[in-house]
Design a protein around this ligand. Structure first.
Ligand code: HMG
Ligand code: MG
Length: 298
C-alpha cells in the first residue's frame, strides 16, 4: 500500500548550486527561488550559511534569504554548520535550520573539518538556540549508504549518529546517500533498521542519482511507508567534498513518477519544468534530469 501524499523538499538552490563552478548572480538565485515558491512546493532549501571560503558560490546567503519574496505557504530552510552560521541565518530570518554531519569519520572531517565526536558539541548549541528562537531544525546524516573515503558504513554508526541528533531535539532527520551508491535492497535494510528506533514521519530520504538508482530507491522507501523526499530540480547538484556526488534526485523526474502512481505532492509539474529550463539557461549547461533531456530534444 503506497502513501497517497508525500512531501517533496526542493534543495536545488542549495545542494544544486553549491557545486556550480561558475558564479551565479544573487539576482538570478533570488529570481529562481521566487519562481520555485510559485510552483506549489511547500519547502525550499534556499542557501547555506557555511564558511564562504568553503563554498564561495553561496557566500551571498544573507542577501538571498533577505531579498526573496516569502510565500507564506513555503518553508524556507538553509544549511547551518555551527553557531557562527546560525547567527547569520537568524539575521536573515530563515524558517528552518538544517544542520549536517556524516555517518563516516573521513567524510565528516573532509566536509566540516572535525571528527564525529567533535561535531556533537558544535551542533548541540545550534539546535538549542534555533529552537529557542522558534525555528524548526532538520539534520542531515550524510554517507549513510557508503562513504567515498571509508567505503562501507556500519549501521550501528548510522543509528548512533541519528540517536545523538534526535537527543539534541531535531524535528526531522534526512538520511543521505551522498554519493549515490545505494540500491533498493540496501535501502530496505537501512530503513527497516532505522524505523525500529525512530518514527518514519521524522525521517526523510535524500538520494543522489549518481548511478541511476535514485527513483528505484524512492519506490522502495514509499513501499516501506516513508513520505518525505529531498530532490533538486533538473538534477542539479552534489556535494563538493564527496567526489562524484553529482546529480541529486531530480524533482521533475520524481514528481512524474509520483503523479503517475496517484501520489500527490501539490506541485505543478508544468511550472516546475519552466523553472527548470530557466535555471538551465542561467547555469549555461544541460541539466541531467530525464525531463530536461526530453525538453532539449523537443
Ligand atoms: P573551520 O575552518 O574548522 O571553522 O571550518 P572554525 O570554526 O575553525 O572557524 C574558522 C574561521 O571561520 C573563524 O573566523 C570563524 O568565525 C569563521 P576567524 O575567527 O578565523 O576570523 N567561520 C565562519 N564564517 C562564516 N560562516 C560560518 C563560519 N564558521 C566559521 N558558518 C566549517 C568549519 C564547518 C565552518 C567549514 O568546514 C565549512 O563551512 N564546511 C562546509 C562544507 C559544505 O558546505 N559542504 C557541503 C554541504 S553538505 C552536503 O552537501 C551533504 C548534504 O547535501 C546531504 C547529503 O547529500 O548527504 C547536506
Ligand atoms: Mg546532498
Amino acid at each position: 500500500q503506497l502513501p497517497s501524499e508525500v512531501k517533496v523538499k526542493e534543495v536545488g538552490p542549495r545542494d544544486g548550486l553549491q557545486n556550480e563552478k561558475e558564479h551565479i548572480s544573487t539576482i538570478d538565485k533570488i529570481e529562481w527561488i521566487n519562481q520555485l515558491s510559485e510552483t506549489g512546493l511547500s519547502y525550499i532549501e534556499i542557501t547555506s550559511f557555511v564558511h564562504p571560503k568553503w563554498i564561495p558560490q553561496l557566500g551571498d546567503a544573507v542577501d538571498v534569504a533577505r531579498q526573496i519574496n516569502r510565500n507564506p505557504e513555503v518553508t524556507y530552510a538553509a544549511l547551518v554548520p555551527n553557531e557562527r552560521g546560525l547567527e547569520r541565518a537568524l539575521e536573515a530570518d530563515i524558517d528552518e535550520v538544517s544542520i549536517f554531519m556524516s555517518a563516516s569519520e573521513a567524510h565528516n572531517r573532509k566536509n566540516i573539518n572535525k571528527s564525529i565526536g567533535e561535531t556533537y558539541p558544535v551542533l548541540s548549541p545550534v539546535v538549542e538556540t534555533a529552537k529557542s528562537e522558534g525555528k524548526s531544525v532538520r539534520a542531515y546524516v550524510s554517507t549513510v549508504f557508503g562513504c567515498p573515503y571509508d567505503g562501507k558504513v556500519e549501521m550501528n554508526q548510522v543509528l548512533s549518529v541519528c540517536e545523538r541528533l534526535f537527543e539534541m531535539g531535531i524535528d526531522e532527520c534526512s538520511i543521505g546517500d551522498t554519493i549515490g551508491v545505494a540500491n533498493p535492497l540496501q535501502v530496505e535494510q537501512v530503513l527497516s533498521s532505522l524505523s525500529d528506533y525512530f518514527p518514519k514521519d521524522k525521517l526523510a530520504l535524500h538520494f543522489h542519482n549518481t548511478r541511476g538508482t535514485a527513483l528505484a530507491n524512492v519506490l522502495t522507501a514509499l513501499q516501506l511507508g516513508f513520505t518525505t523526499f529531498d530532490s533538486s530540480l533538473g538534477g542539479l547538484g552534489g556535494c563538493p567534498y564527496a567526489k562524484g556526488a553529482s546529480g541529486n534526485l531530480a524533482t521533475d523526474d520524481l514528481l512524474y513518477m509520483l503523479e503517475e502512481m496517484g501520489i500527490h505532492s501539490g506541485i505543478d509539474h508544468r511550472k516546475l519544468l519552466k523553472s527548470g529550463e530557466w535555471i538551465q539557461n542561467v547555469v549555461g549547461k544541460p541539466l541531467p534530469s530525464h525531463h530536461m533531456q526530453m525538453l532539449r530534444s523537443g
